[in-house]
Design a protein around this ligand. Structure first.
Ligand code: SF4
Ligand code: NI
Ligand code: NI
Length: 722
């Protein structure tokens, strides 16, 4: 069979299965039964993007079949073959959707605590929130690419080598088929947080990663549903995905491969096939699969040499260290632990000097089999002619990420609330405290090379040193910074910054970052932007010299409008910084929270990405989020960072924080302290958070209103919001 006939045969198999399943579900469940993937605002996302049609019930699956058939017109040319690939993708999505009609959780890994120990270990469909959570990592190239592994490698070790290689390089790896069992056999840690995602055993489940790519286009690109060419262009140019097929292919796999190629994703196979140059590649040598794939997709990986016995990769950032796997622990209320980055004179430190003062984790004083607990002080001294005191906090906050990158290390908190855990496995591989120094040294030098010419790390583990140096060195620096931060307001600075980082995914989105309004992703503060400008002068953060405001209340500046218009290529011409009703700032899609108006309460509800349930406005985070994003302005809806909830500038044009009437409890607990402080300073109201409703009190509109009235919530007495 030639390549085209292979594709047509594979596609015919999808068609047969889809037709049978649709006929069965129509007969058994009736046409009115809803069809839905959980946690998405885009119905059957692939079919929606390709055709513009939202399929919502069993009856409409018949329409979906007809739409897929429009792509079937076998002929002896490549485009006809690729169209058969598109049809296969749509049919696979129909097949998967039917599975969700019969069982709300067809992929049981969704309910499992730990994928690696569960006997049902597949995740299938990813909700919008997970797709959005990849946003920042993708734009910063922290996730440099997406690998899709299909089939079964000749042996588990071969598979493990490939997966570990991708994981070490920070890629997001999706798995379909027996490769999942092979990964588990080899103890590869899996999960969305660990960037190794087992989708399912049947080839149809591959549609769930196609759906992720397509939703990136819908969410971040604001690409119109139905404009398939635009979606293909988006995925080809911006989603750095590729496919590796192991253990030989069959016709269905190749038909799915045709769908991938149509989206711009190259594929490798290990059994001979007629190659399509740069797109379908025969690579029988498993040691070369990774290199071939990265090259085919144009992915370049930056490597940093680090003296460390375990892997250090952003892919391990989300790894948790539980009690039973823990070897050592620092901080976390059991022992004091702090971390400090401080700048000193070049002459005062020695580059790459790493010292551990006090007992290490293998010290003889520790009883075998008991968790090692030590006080900890991590002092990172940096020096450089372009280093500024303002950058210290930017560098210090990176400690959290750098230590989490260590395979077998978990870091939580910051400053003197730092909390570190190390696994037995890491200890067994030879990880010791000096390696914390090695990792911090290498990463600081690497990421901040323009300002850090020398870096020295000292780790203290004796109680008296940890206490003394906290008082002498750390505390005074923290205090000084807090005073500086408090004085840092939108009014007190001369310039704001643009952030264009998300333009690689949301081409017309521009964030304006100010001292009182950090980027909506929560990852870029005004100080971060300022430091990035220094590190990368032509990079994503450029100063916008404020000048005088056109309107102080709404927060309109001519300079800001110009910067937004230029950088959005004219897509957005004016934004306000302090209003959510008049020309609100646009969103890319990776925002931490979204707010929307609840008219009857004369206020707004706020929901964070992690909260999956519905809100008093009758929409979930995902549904609210789909109203905005992709660099589009939608008055009344605004994406923002968590930290904005402690800012006096939060929608100050409409009355500010006092307008908040509802938010999920977890978010409220997280922001309460800062929010209460800001509200008190502005209005004198004490403990404002207690007046804000949450899901443990009420979600339904009338009950929410009753609660607000009982509490005398200030929003009820304010001017009408709209
Ligand atoms: Fe993206 Fe805005 Fe965050 Fe920059 S500040 S990374 S543009 S969300
Ligand atoms: Ni880690
Ligand atoms: Ni973004």
């Amino acid at each position: 069979m030639n390549l085209l006939d292979i594709i047509y045969d594979g596609q015919a198999q999808y068609l047969q299965r889809a037709e049978e399943m649709v006929a069965k579900v129509v007969a058994e469940k009736g046409k009115e039964t809803p069809v839905k993937f959980p946690g998405t605002a885009y119905a059957l996302p692939c079919i929606y993007a390709i055709t513009g049609k939202k399929i919502t019930n069993v009856g409409e699956l018949e329409d979906a079949l007809a739409l897929a058939k429009e792509f079937i017109h076998p002929a002896k040319n490549l485009q006809a073959g690729l169209d058969a690939g598109t049809a296969s993708a749509m049919l696979a999505e129909i097949i998967e959707a039917v599975k969700f009609v019969y069982d709300p959780v067809p992929y049981k890994g969704r309910d499992a605590e730990d994928l690696n120990t569960a006997d049902v270990r597949t995740l299938g469909h990813l909700p919008d929130a997970e797709v959005r959570s990849f946003g920042v990592a993708l734009v910063t190239q922290d996730i440099p690419g997406v690998a899709v592994l299909i089939g079964e490698a000749p042996d588990a070790e071969t598979l493990a080598n490939v997966v570990k290689d991708y994981q070490q390089k920070g890629l997001l790896t999706f798995m379909v088929g027996k490769v999942i069992d092979q990964a588990i056999e080899q103890n590869i840690k899996m999960g969305v947080d660990l960037r190794v995602i087992p989708l399912g055993y049947e080839i149809e489940s591959v549609i769930h990663v196609v759906s992720v790519a397509i939703r990136a286009s819908l969410i971040f690109g604001a690409t119109a549903p139905g404009d398939f060419l635009a979606h293909r262009t988006y995925t080809k140019d911006r989603v750095k995905a590729f496919v590796n097929v192991f253990g030989g292919w069959d016709n269905k796999i190749i038909a799915a491969g045709a769908a991938a190629i149509e989206l711009g994703f190259p594929a490798t196979v290990d059994k001979y096939i007629n190659e399509v140059p740069t797109l379908l590649l025969y690579q029988p040598d498993y040691e070369k699969v990774v290199a071939t794939s990265l090259e085919a997709r144009g992915i370049k990986i930056k490597v940093t040499e680090i003296n460390c016995p375990v892997s250090v990769s952003s892919a391990f950032e989300g790894e948790r260290v539980r009690k039973d796997t823990m070897f050592a622990e620092f901080g976390g209320n059991r022992t004091p632990a702090w971390e400090l980055v401080t700048s000193v004179d070049l002459a005062d430190i020695e580059d790459h000097k790493i010292t551990v003062v006090g007992p290490d984790i293998d010290d003889a004083m520790f009883e075998e089999g008991k968790t090692v607990r030590l006080p900890l002080g991590v002092l990172v001294e940096v020096a450089g002619k372009d280093m500024q005191a303002d950058f210290e906090t930017v560098l210090e906050r990176r400690i959290h990420y750098f230590l989490n990158y260590i395979e077998g290390a978990m870091h939580v908190g910051q400053r003197n609330s730092s909390w570190i855990r190390l696994t037995k496995e890491a200890f067994g591989k030879g990880f010791r405290l000096n390696h914390i120094g090695e990792v911090l040294y290498a990463k600081m030098r690497d990421d901040f090379d323009k300002v850090v010419d020398k870096c020295q790390v000292t780790i203290y583990t004796k109680q008296e040193d940890v206490d003394r140096l906290y008082a002498e060195r750390a505390k005074p620096v923290y205090d000084k910074r807090d005073t500086r931060m408090a004085a840092l307001t939108d009014d007190s600075v001369e310039e704001f910054y643009t952030c264009l980082l998300c333009q690689s995914f949301a081409p017309s989105h521009v964030c304006i970052v100010t001292p009182e309004r950090l980027g909506l992703c929560g990852a870029v503060s005004w100080l971060d932007a300022k430091a990035t400008k220094q590190l990368d002068p032509t990079g994503p953060n450029q100063p916008v010299v404020k000048g005088t405001a056109i309107d102080e209340r709404l927060g309109i500046w001519e300079s800001v409008n110009e910067a937004v218009a230029t950088n959005s290529q004219g897509a957005v011409e004016s934004v306000t910084l302090y209003s959510i009703l008049e020309d609100p700032m646009t969103s890319c899609g990776c925002f931490e929270c979204i707010c929307g108006i609840m008219p009857e309460a004369n206020g707004v509800v706020i929901v964070n990405r992690e909260h999956a349930e519905t809100t008093p406005v009758g929409m979930t985070f995902g549904e609210l989020a789909s109203m905005t994003g992709g660099g589009v302005q939608t008055p009344g809806f605004m994406g923002h960072g968590r930290q904005l909830l402690g800012s006096k500038k939060f929608m100050s044009a409409e009355g500010g924080l006092e307008r908040i009437v509802w938010m999920p409890k977890a978010l409220k607990d997280d922001v309460a302290e800062r929010m209460n402080k800001a509200v008190k300073e502005m209005t004198g109201i004490e403990n404002f958070a207690d007046m804000v409703c949450d899901e443990t009190i009420a979600v339904e509109s009338e009950a929410v209103l009753a609660f607000l009235e009982e509490k005398g919530h200030p929003a009820l007495a304010m001017d009408p919001i709209m």
